[in-house]
Design a protein around this ligand. Structure first.
Ligand SMILES: Cc1cc2nc3c(=O)[nH]c(=O)nc-3n(C[C@H](O)[C@H](O)[C@H](O)COP(=O)(O)OP(=O)(O)OC[C@H]3O[C@@H](n4cnc5c(N)ncnc54)[C@H](O)[C@@H]3O)c2cc1C
Length: 402
């Protein structure tokens, strides 16, 4: 009997790949391994509606148990894969069992980055990535009044918004001069900084933490200058790192993620990868990138499922992303890293506007705040242009840049 296709990682990319394999007519055995005890679920609500208590756990799950039976997807939860033998084409599970595969897809995602900070193991210190994390945080939030967040990225700022809405005293400590600096222009950071301050959040920018203080339970975050910020709950939100351990131990090429080509093939025969855990060549941007987004997990998984069935369609996305903070929705199309010029679209005073980013006179990304139309048009505009002919800002600017 032919061995199954095996997917390691039952998250956003894993479920999309499984669905796509079936939709495209793969009728062989299909096994999906997930180390978490849950059906595959979406993570974005974990720092938004679900955390806030505005969404039931049932709605987090992509599919019901019945779907997996009907689609003949052998979903195994609480199933941690501990090693891959690429030569023997098999994997080993933590319970000691061995499973042969015909093709293997790694969708192992990311894990919350840990920092070597004194006090980080105290009670009351959390990270936010899984349903289990939210359960623990929610329980702690019942008692906690003073919340300190380490890191002013998306997860940290979304958590700040929820905690502020719950009436907590919230402080965010960010080493950089502005929040979300890695991915948005100063004007967008400024908009969100104002919003957070209006909601009572204290932003401690260009400040770093020396350690967390407390006996058993955290009681304060201590800054490098000795200032103590009292804390009943600390969220460490300093980014995520790709889960590459399995791939690395199996000898697969790694480069800030599992290295794959435009078709999702790793450096080992019949092993593929998709989603947050991959670093892939983005033709549009002429460099290798790793994305942490729903768009990427879905679209790359679909493309790689096609590759596993013999298709030859390269994956070359226009990335997009969103973040909800209070009633504001930020939607990002494209990648603005390396922009050398930007212009505002619309009127920031209206609370609904966009920011267009250019590089050498060409549009590379658009951020939209409360402006879904700007976002949708931007995605179309970026999609219809390729790496060499992205929309020129003005003929003069484009000429000057070439
Ligand atoms: C709090 C939060 C908010 C977010 N908000 C947004 C948002 O607003 N917009 C957006 O676009 N994106 C958002 N994201 C990012 C988005 O959720 C991820 O990009 C997406 O989940 C990636 O899908 P994935 O399948 O690659 O990885 P994951 O969803 O992380 O799934 C990977 C799975 O693999 C499992 N696994 C790993 N190793 C093993 C192993 N050895 N054996 C078995 N199983 C294993 C893990 O347990 C995990 O369940 C958010 C993420 C978080 C954490």
């Amino acid at each position: 009997m032919k061995p199954p296709f095996v997917i390691v990682g039952a998250g956003q990319a894993g479920i999309k790949a499984a669905e796509t394999l079936r939709q495209k007519g793969y009728d062989g055995d299909l096994v999906m391994m997930g180390e978490e005890p849950f059906l595959p679920y979406q993570r974005p609500p974990l720092s938004k509606a679900y955390l806030q208590g505005e969404m039931d756990e049932e709605r987090l799950f992509f599919r019901s148990k019945a779907y997996f039976d009907t689609a003949a997807i052998d979903l195994r939860t609480n199933a941690k894969v501990v090693s891959i033998d690429p030569a023997g084409r098999c994997i080993a599970l933590s319970d000691g069992s061995i499973l042969a595969y015909a093709s293997l897809l790694l969708t192992t995602g990311t894990r919350a980055r840990r920092i070597p900070l004194r006090g980080v193991d105290l009670d009351g210190v959390f990270s936010l990535r899984t349903i289990a994390d939210v359960a623990a945080i929610r329980a702690a939030l019942q008692e906690a009044e003073r919340i300190v967040i380490l890191g002013g990225g998306y997860v940290g700022m979304e958590f700040a918004a929820v905690a502020a809405k719950l009436g907590k005293t919230v402080s965010v400590i960010e080493a950089r001069p502005r929040i979300m600096e890695r991915s948005v222009a100063p004007e967008i950071s400024a908009y969100f900084q104002t919003l957070h301050r209006e909601n009572g959040v204290t932003l401690l920018l260009e400040r770093s933490v020396s350690h967390l203080a407390g006996t058993g339970h955290v009681s304060a975050a201590v800054l490098a200058d000795g200032t103590e910020i009292p804390a009943d709950l600390v969220l460490v939100a300093v980014g995520a790192e790709p889960v590459t351990d399995l791939a690395e131990a199996a000898g697969l090429a790694i480069d800030n993620g599992i290295s794959v080509d435009a078709f999702g093939r790793t450096s080992a025969a019949r092993i593929y990868a998709a989603g947050d855990c991959t670093a892939f060549p983005a033709a549009r941007y002429r460099r290798t990138i790793r994305l942490e987004s729903v768009q990427n997990a879905i679209d790359q998984a679909k493309a790689v499922a096609g590759t596993m069935l013999g298709e030859t369609e390269p994956y070359d996305p226009v990335p997009w992303f969103w973040s909800d903070q209070y009633d504001a929705k930020l939607q990002i199309a494209g990648l603005s890293a390396g922009y050398d010029d930007a212009e505002i679209e619309g009127d920031p005073a209206s609370g609904s506007f966009g920011m267009r980013y250019y590089r050498a006179g060409r549009l590379i990304a658009v951020d939209a705040i409360n402006a879904p139309r700007i976002h949708m048009l931007a995605r179309r505009e970026l999609q219809s242009s390729d790496a060499t002919s992205q929309t020129a800002r003005t003929p003069a600017a484009a000429t000057a840049a070439e």
